[in-house]
Design a protein. Structure first.
Length: 417
């Protein structure tokens, strides 16, 4: 069977650099925050755009419809010829603590599953070639932060598809923390697995929009098509829509976690502070055995927008300070629209540095401070070490943020408020 053109099969898809933005806009959405994801729209066509293709699905547990039926399970049941599945960090079904581990067979469908986490370009090319893929389909829920690795699985698989001249189709999903960009820019010297290209810490883009940016700036030969969402815009958060929430990784249990994550993930770069891993509120709780109630009081006195701080006591079961009583705070977001996760976390670090024993995490290698990889350069760390005030630290990335907002504009598919 011949593959039908996506524009006719799905009714408004972006394909090709010169294509106009024809994806459905948020003002066409039914009332009540109803959103149709790219998966929903393609399923409604009985997967017509995949007729005659050998499909390689890059996905994980988050690619579900409103009944929590998975993309792969639906496609497989409907007779789509799936050549192979490629899982990111934590695996295809979400069963792996880190990577999926080599090649295995999916129990439900009997399909081969490859581990795409940490795969090199040559590794991706080898896997796609071995499986005989002709079209790559990407569907995965991102969180909106540069250091969340699923957007780099997108980049790596796109790069391989470009070299192999494969068609690449992104089934878009909303950004659960909205469309606002913020934070420092990654500099090339600090590229790593938690940030490979020059985007800001909170990019405010969907995976479809990021794919368009990747193509424009780094992967010009990729045969990219994006099936956009209907009913989403950059002022909506996860709680404002009817898109089902599936925890995309073990320490991202709720949309509340996603709201704070672009900031409090920086605590992973601090040896002397727990970011709440091993509790029921990872990234919303932070603290250490050496802190006390004054940390919360100083943070509350700053009157930061959209957030309040609760004095908190917790004992992590994994990660730092296992089974030790930590004193700290719970970050409570009152207003997601005004909340600044990166500025808030910066304030928390500045105040935490008042305490004796504060220490950045150091790893082996030429760039030993992990926080530098998270922040995208050593400027963030060195400014805090030098005692710079909050406004000076956050003001340091103002110009590069503005430049990024201009760079991303041609690749946006949805309105920004």
């Amino acid at each position: 069977m011949r593959r039908r053109n996506l524009l006719s099969a799905a009714g408004g898809v972006l394909a090709g650099m010169a294509a106009p933005i024809t994806a459905a806009r948020a003002d066409s959405a039914p009332a009540g925050g109803r959103v149709r994801t790219g998966m929903d729209r393609l399923a409604a066509t009985k997967w017509a755009a995949l007729d005659g293709e050998r499909v390689g699905v890059v996905s994980n547990l988050t690619a579900v419809d409103r009944d929590y039926r998975h993309l792969v399970d639906r496609m497989h049941a409907d007779g789509v010829r799936i050549a192979a599945i490629f899982g990111p960090e934590h695996g295809f079904r979400g069963s792996a603590p880190v990577g999926g581990g080599g090649r295995r067979t999916d129990r439900r469908t009997g399909l081969p599953v490859y581990d795409g986490y940490l795969a090199t370009l040559d590794g991706w090319k080898s896997m796609l070639t071995e499986a005989g893929v002709t079209t790559v389909v990407f569907d995965m829920q991102d969180i909106g932060a540069r250091f969340y690795t699923y957007i780099w699985t997108l980049y790596d698989s796109m790069a391989a598809a470009a070299e192999l001249n494969l068609r690449y189709l992104v089934l878009d999903r909303p950004n659960p923390i909205g469309g606002r960009a913020d934070g420092p820019m990654l500099t090339p010297a600090f590229a790593s697995g938690v940030g490979k290209k020059e985007i800001v810490q909170r990019h405010g883009m969907t995976v479809g929009e990021l794919a368009r940016l990747y193509r424009a700036e780094w992967l010009p030969t990729v045969r990219l098509e994006v099936l956009a969402c209907e009913g989403w815009h950059g002022g909506l958060f996860a709680a404002d829509t009817d898109v089902p929430w599936v925890m995309p990784s073990p320490n991202m249990p709720t949309p509340d976690t996603a709201l704070v994550y672009p900031g409090t993930c920086l605590f992973e770069g601090v040896a002397s502070l727990s970011e709440g891993r091993g509790t029921t509120r990872p990234f919303e709780l932070a603290g250490a055995p050496g802190l006390d109630f004054r940390w919360r009081d100083r943070l509350a006195a700053l009157d930061l927008p959209g957030v309040r701080f609760r004095e908190a006591y917790f004992e992590p079961r994994i990660g730092k300070f296992v089974d030790e009583l930590c004193v700290g705070v719970e970050v409570r977001v009152d207003d997601p629209a005004s909340f600044d996760p990166i500025g808030t976390a910066t304030a928390m670090l500045i105040e935490a540095k008042r305490y004796p024993g504060f220490a950045w995490r150091e790893d082996p290698g030429p760039r030993p401070y992990f926080v530098d990889k998270l922040a995208g350069s050593d400027r963030f760390r060195t400014m805090i070490d030098a005692g710079a005030p909050l406004a000076e630290v956050t003001g340091a990335w103002r110009d590069e943020l503005a430049a990024f907002v201009r760079r991303r504009t041609p690749h946006l598919l949805y309105p920004r408020p």
